[in-house]
Design a binder for this molecule. Sequence first.
Ligand SMILES: Cc1cc2nc3c(=O)[nH]c(=O)nc-3n(C[C@H](O)[C@H](O)[C@H](O)COP(=O)(O)O)c2cc1C
Ligand code: SF4
Length: 477
Amino acid sequence: MSFPRVNSLKTPDDFRRRLGELNVTLPFDETVESGPDSPLGRKYERPAGAIGNRFCILPMEGWDGTEDGRPTDLTRRRWRNFGTSGAKLIWGGEAVAVRHDGRANPNQLVLNESTLGEIASLREELGAAHRERFGSTDGLLVGLQLTHSGRFARPRDKKRLEPRIAYRHPVLDPKFGIADDSPLLSDDDLSRLIDDFVAAAVLAKQAGYAFVDVKHCHGYLGHELLSAVDRPGKFGGSFENRTRFLRDVTAGVRAAAPGLDIGVRLSVFDYVPYRPGPDGTGEPSAAGPYPYAFGGDGSGVGIDLAEPQMFLDVLEGLGIDLLCTTAGSPYYTPHLQRPATFPPSDGYQPPEDPLVGVARQVKATAELKARHPRLAVVGSGYTYLQEWLPHVGQRAVRDGMADFVGLGRMVLAYPELPADVLAGKPLARKKVCRTFSDCTTAPRNGMVSGCYPLDPFYKARPERQQLALLKRGTDDA
Ligand SMILES: Cc1cc2nc3c(=O)[nH]c(=O)nc-3n(C[C@H](O)[C@H](O)[C@H](O)COP(=O)(O)O)c2cc1C
Ligand code: SF4
């Protein structure tokens, strides 16, 4: 299946016509405004203080820390780029494991007493880069994303999963080679993990972060617990039990790190895992009723936001006002999570025009925001829109469908896009991310992540040749 490239949709009419053909709606402004009073330039007021504009940098790791969980020069460069982007909300920087067995790869950052100084310096360098470029850090809010990778943990070997799971999953267990009960986390294990999240939050506060994101997305442990409908005991079954992890972490953080804000990044819907079909196009890997998708309608390929809306009620009840929406998982439904023209090497050809994937996230986010107007809501998945990103983002914010436009891949390719938009400059077309997925393919094959096609710094690295060979091999296969 192939689809018209977004950069072939040259005019607003072309773009709207394509949406019409697809029968999807996206908010859209023909003209993008600039300056501090524009929809994207305006402050967001919250009780804890104003956030300076409506651009947010989404968390993105680079598989480039040291084996003992410290940042390297590559990590620092990425964080400095986040600082010079012009965005005033930095959602978590990147996933940082609260302990060794929860690392998604042997190069993921870990927050503990011995890495504290260096994790703190990442925030300081980001702030310094921002100050140098924009004169001050007023209105800049920087959080840290705390994670345990659960069934996707690879703490010691890039190629070897060492899963820790909340429940036996009928599709994901066979897909990822889990054959027995040994990786199941007991209730006591989860209680200890809650303590580890709290301890990490205390350190994050010491490191100067304004908030921690208690990660609940992308198939990692916090997210998996939300779909633990069959799990016995106090962390499974009822909605109350499945959200106990969040409530207990929050209570612990409030007691041990008063004044530290809490945010949650949530996969607001999920589908059954996908796999490449006979011609390589993604297709559901199981048919029939599917109860394991949080925010799913039970079919495996549809959405029901009733539980995510309840989850947001829980957030409000806990005094949490920072929400970042995302969807699915990069491991089993990448087309939901990061719509792209070109799949990563472990993915599948898009089963739908990726514009449909963008619209799905935008719509779900708007429905959640409508019922929870007091939450500060960051939307994700906009990068595929390319040149049309500011047009859609501005209208979404103007219409209150989201409060912030989250930027993922786009800032790897084009870090200063927010500053350019706010200054009223035309986009630098050569820097616009074309969703080649090299930033995902590289780490899937043991290399550090980065924008190899467009960022001159990564273009010059030897991994670029390795990637080219790898892709040729895939194409020939
Ligand atoms: C290289 C790379 C690393 C990522 N790392 C993280 C991460 O550490 N934590 C997280 O929550 N999401 C992570 N994501 C997902 C992004 O935050 C974002 O949700 C996704 O890329 C979709 O947004 P986009 O369309 O703007 O790229 C990562 C994405 C990429 C491409
Ligand atoms: S490698 Fe660069 S162009 Fe490709 S998806 Fe990642 S950021 Fe975008």
